[in-house]
Design a protein around this ligand. Structure first.
Ligand SMILES: C[S@@+](CC[C@H](N)C(=O)[O-])C[C@H]1O[C@@H](n2cnc3c(N)ncnc32)[C@H](O)[C@@H]1O
Length: 501
């Protein structure tokens, strides 16, 4: 315990000791007077000692206290930070330090290991805290620290535990042990619950993208954002940057605006998904770690030699694994930054010869490169897959396939399979997305498609995937939705050769 002895006055931070001990210090030291004051987050106690106790105070504080409290309850709030941290906005780790009392058993060294096994349910378990400690003045015995939430008196032991104690000859006599707890012994939720306003939500959840943790703070958490960021970094090895989303995802390129709450400003993340490495600037492109299962599911449908046309490719999580599986890929994204990192990732994963990239609007991609190459692809036996993962809009892009190809090409062709994503807030999301896809195609897909629930995005909002073979009636329809885009010169086509740094 930190104390300053100033001419028979002791000054010590009250939050550094268990509250139950404070009155004992007072009676023990025969205190004449006590003044409490606040300094930063600490409550300081200045106590004036009786003249004859002052010279020995630092030695006599801990041991007799221990005995005095032998019959009172142990501290069940072991993991509760001191109340003085409430409202802290700039992290001061020292203020979290406190001494708590935990129950302990004095155990002969030679039976310690066996007894610990029998008592594992009630033994103290806390990362960073040793639960077996030395006994002062004895080399034969050790103290086994117990969890005060499980053990408050000898009667707390279960029959099996009591039997084990008896068989090892260990008396069920509880000792009191003063345990020093610091910031390092607390979990992030415990720190934040102690700091943020009482009764308000403390959610400390985040998504991890490489070294970046990104959070979605609520209004009441914003004044604490720097502290929250620091805590998330401290408690999660490998996280060196914590960001808060400052808007919902509504930009055309599906990326978030974000502010750095703590750590380095480096937004270039490196992640691995399903065995593939990706690098990208997280502040400028779309990346969602929650889509890894969906990427894997769709890629598992592909066979060597198939062709994949990825209309909204992002930085490549469908395109690159597809190319690694032996498919030929045309991958497109409107966001120049996504396109740049897509090319970079093709090179990084050595598939630049299998992937041709485009930086076009999805409709222009369908009416341009896709339309140009589809007739040849459809003549082969390998499957052609069109992936359209822009769930907010992709269903509406399906009309781009109406009358896309000339009717003269319509016999004996291998029609493309489409995997198109959509959000739905309807009671029957499956029915909803099939109806919207049908409306966009101008052709009913009922009974002609399969629908997969990808994930629940928000309460009452699902992400769905509709898969179907494009009906001939749509692809070769007389009615076309093609706009001037098709009259434009051939779109810029790039192999992934440029270096991206
Ligand atoms: C939801 S993300 C999906 C990215 C990737 N396929 C994935 O699964 O992570 C949608 C992508 O579509 C791109 N995008 C948005 N509007 C577009 C458009 N009109 N044409 C082409 N790409 C577009 C965005 O830049 C973004 O990279």
């Amino acid at each position: 315990m930190f104390m300053v002895l100033l001419n028979k006055v002791i000054i010590f931070p009250c939050n550094n000791i268990n509250k139950k001990i404070v009155p004992s210090i007072f009676s023990l030291l025969q205190i004449q007077n006590c003044v409490k004051s606040r300094y930063r987050y600490r409550t300081l106690c200045s106590v004036v000692l009786q003249p004859d106790r002052a010279s020995t105070c630092s030695e006599s504080v801990s041991k007799p206290l221990f005995e005095q409290h032998q019959h009172s309850g142990m501290d069940p709030s072991l993991y509760t930070a001191p109340p003085e941290v409430r409202g802290m906005t700039c992290l001061d780790k020292e203020v979290f330090s406190q001494t708590v009392i935990v129950p302990a058993l004095r155990v002969p060294k030679e039976v310690l290991n066996k007894l610990v096994k029998s008592l594992k349910k009630v033994a103290l378990q806390r990362p960073g805290i040793r639960r077996v400690v030395e006994v002062e003045g004895s080399d034969d015995d050790r103290l086994l620290l117990l969890d005060p939430a499980s053990v408050s008196s000898p009667g707390s032991f279960s029959d099996a535990e009591a039997e084990a104690l008896q068989s090892f000859g260990v008396p069920q006599e509880l000792q009191r042990y003063e345990l020093r707890l610091t910031y390092d012994n607390l979990k992030s939720e415990e720190v934040l619950r102690a700091v943020l306003p009482e009764g308000q939500d403390v959610t400390s959840g985040f998504s991890r993208v490489g070294h970046i943790a990104h959070m979605n703070l609520r209004e009441h958490q914003l004044p604490y954002r720097n502290l929250i960021g620091q805590v998330i970094m401290d408690k999660n090895p490998g996280v060196t940057c914590v960001v808060n989303k400052t808007n919902t995802i509504d930009s055309a390129y599906r990326n978030f605006k974000m502010e750095v709450m703590a750590g380095e400003e480096n937004m270039v993340a490196k992640v691995r998904e399903n065995g593939v490495t990706y690098e990208f600037d997280f502040s400028r492109v779309y990346w969602n770690p929650r889509l890894s299962t969906e990427h894997e599911r769709v890629v598992a449908l592909l066979k060597r030699g198939d062709t994949v046309l990825d209309v909204f490719a992002g930085v490549g999580p469908f395109a690159i694994p597809a190319a690694r599986r032996g498919c030929t890929v045309l991958a497109n994204d409107l966001n120049p930054e996504s396109h740049r990192w897509l090319q970079h990732n093709c090179k990084l994963n050595k598939v630049e010869r299998k992937v041709t990239t485009f930086n076009l609007d999805g409709r222009a991609f369908i009416h341009g490169p896709l339309k140009q190459q589809l007739p040849v692809m459809m003549k082969g036996t390998a499957s052609v897959h069109v992936v359209m993962n822009l769930p907010a809009l992709a269903l509406e892009f399906l009309d781009a396939f109406r009358g896309l190809l000339d009717q003269g090409l319509s016999c004996d062709v291998n029609l493309p399979q489409v995997h198109c994503y959509g959000f739905s807030k309807e009671d029957d999301p499956q029915k909803d997305v099939v109806e919207r896809a049908s409306a966009s195609l101008g052709f009913s897909l009922e009974g002609l498609c399969s629908v997969h629930l990808v994930r629940n995005v928000a309460p009452n909002k699902e992400m769905m995937c509709v898969s179907f073979t494009i009906p001939k009636e749509v692809l070769f329809s007389r009615e076309s939705t093609q706009t001037e885009a098709i009259e434009e010169p051939a779109p810029k086509r790039q192999r992934c050769e440029a270096t991206t740094n």
